[in-house]
Design a protein. Structure first.
Length: 67
């Protein structure tokens, strides 16, 4: 781990479908993060789903569509 003063970092690996740490993280193209906890990393896809729904609703609002 680097000596930058940060705590441990966790990543969600889309290739292996698991939480990874800096010690065993896959290449950047396969991971989401960093997150400050393992639980946050494990919920990464749910956060993405929620964000996408909110953005889709906002796009529909701007376009004058009902959702």
């Amino acid at each position: 781990m680097s000596d930058s003063g940060r705590g441990a970092q966790y990543f969600w690996c889309t290739r292996h479908h698991r939480v990874e740490t800096e010690a065993d993280v896959c290449p950047a193209r396969y991971v989401m993060g960093p997150y400050s906890s393992s639980a946050e990393a494990a919920n990464a896809l749910e956060h993405v789903r929620q964000r996408n729904e909110a953005w889709d609703a906002e796009d529909a609002r701007w376009a004058g569509e009902e959702r």
